[in-house]
Design a protein around this ligand. Structure first.
Ligand SMILES: [Zn+2]
Ligand SMILES: [Zn+2]
Ligand SMILES: [Zn+2]
Length: 135
């Protein structure tokens, strides 16, 4: 799907910055932090970048993962996330060697048993270990 169509599907106006950030995120193999994004868009206004990412998150285009150091990392949503709801029930992987966080959309979090009257709203699973690049 073209960047423009993806943005339209998520009810976002196709501004130049959104197009750029979207195609950038599509090329990433790992999740990216806000400061990582700033580094790669040196000449862009930080507030604009921040707002771009936030609008993506709010409209079901990216989801966030907090890594071991407490840094928020962002990855594109692959599942059926939409403007109203995220459905990213997959595993994330934190490599303790390269310190990258990977989004693994094909690997679902197994269903969980919870005590009676505990209602889950979201499940996050961050697996730690060594990634394939660092083996
Ligand atoms: Zn999502
Ligand atoms: Zn690694
Ligand atoms: Zn993910």
């Amino acid at each position: 799907m073209k960047a423009q169509d993806i943005l339209a599907r998520h009810k976002l106006q196709p501004t130049a910055m959104r197009m750029l950030v979207l195609s950038y995120l599509q090329k990433q193999e790992k999740a990216i932090s806000l400061s990582g994004l700033y580094d790669d868009f040196e000449n862009a206004d930080r507030t604009t970048l921040y707002r771009t990412l936030k609008s993506f998150e709010e409209n079901g285009l990216v989801h966030s993962i907090t890594d071991k150091k407490g840094t928020v990392q962002y990855a594109l949503c692959h599942a059926d996330c939409d403007v109203h709801e995220h459905n990213d029930a997959h595993i994330h992987f934190y490599c303790t060697s390269c310190e990258n966080t990977y989004c693994l959309p094909k690997f679902n979090i197994p269903s969980l048993e919870l005590p009676k009257n505990f209602q889950k709203s979201e499940v996050k699973l961050l697996v730690e270990g060594v990634c394939d690049q660092c083996q």
